[in-house]
Design a protein around this ligand. Sequence first.
Ligand code: ZN
Length: 461
Amino acid sequence: MKNFFLVLFLLPVVADAQNMNEDSLFIHQIAVNILSSDASYNNLHYLTKNIGGRLSGSTNMYKAEQWGEQTLKNAGADNVIMQECMVPHWVRGGQDKAYITYKDANGKPQKYWLNVLALGNSVGSGAKGIEAPLIRVNNFDDLEAKKNELKGKIVFYNVPFDDTLINTFQAYSKNVIYRAIGASRAAKYGAVAMLMRSMTNTPGNYPHTGSLRYADSIKKIPAAAMGLEDVKKLDSLFDKNITVTASLFTYGTMLPDTIAHNVIGELKGSEHPEQIITVGGHLDSWDPAEGANDDGTGIVQTIEVLRVLKALGYQPKHTIQFVLFANEENGTRGAKEYAAMAKKNNEQHIFALESDAGGFTPRGFAFDCNDIVMQKINSWKSFFTPYYGDRFEKGEAGADVGYLMQEFHTPQAGLSPDSQRYFYIHHAATDVFENVDIREMKLGAINMAALIYLVDKYGLQ
Ligand SMILES: [Zn+2]
């Protein structure tokens, strides 16, 4: 009797141990393959150097779509779907410029050039530019307090990142509202333009763009961001109560919506082809840089998951879609279309994974799912430890997969790399190939492939 119980007790443990061993070995093979392959380096190099910045509607975005289609085929997709969607088509239209004038302590007029970048979707200033007194505000409360002084002025939002937050995305989330709606809030009180401290915590003088949203009922005014050295200069003047006049020249235009595509590579499932697992990043990027970390690395990692599963001869049970999303940056129209088509076609989306937080060393994943699913995922944690990806937290997965959550409550995850350097490059001219560490990006791809493998093999129910 004693032995009988012992056997009963041990059997599942032995079976689990065998599985664990088999799974660890397979994930190790994934790691070895990715680390010793040139594919991700070559793909990122081509996307950033041969194509470059690829804002929705631009010629580069169409080149990127064609590249994506071919690269997914080369990586082993059973088929590639070009899913059409309409996207906004904003063009910068020229070199954004701004300067300030003021009188120094001796009463001598001074002129100082600011390094600015118009925010995405911003209207232009007109060829003559806009010249007006500059007024500094520290936050929306300050704006409200000064609302009677704003008419005819250029508002300068000076809202620094909260540097005490360890995860810099939290600091970004707290402040992004100023970029998104700051122009309309200022225009409501008669401001003629908006300048802002860039969404960054990094010294230096790179301006960071990113999209704004105008309120329909309020006059659209030009808006631009500046780097932190220029912010320091302005602070030094305002702190001495010196009167500052700013001149701003921007050339942005919103053209009619245009056609773009989500580029979707598919591996058909052998057991549950009707059940879909999604992995993706976004193919579009802001124009002043190469879109390397945002989100070239997410695109390359997505393709790498496909390539390595094919290279290792893995036959998925579920259908896996590798999605290069259109238009995350100024509309998320690609993501909306993907979720809308899934709903229309009555598809079953069982899991979605996104990489859009940079190609830096992975720390883990943010999971948006219920507690039962989370418990199952947590049981896999040790598989990720050798690859630095075992910090599993609850959180938002990402903008592109978020619409699947809205439609289907699909459990989802976002790769969480170390965030300390992300806002050095985010939406700035510094987001170039040279600022990606290929090994760190590969580690992210290994963790992503491991997660997709485990979800496919064991499901989430
Ligand atoms: Zn992004």
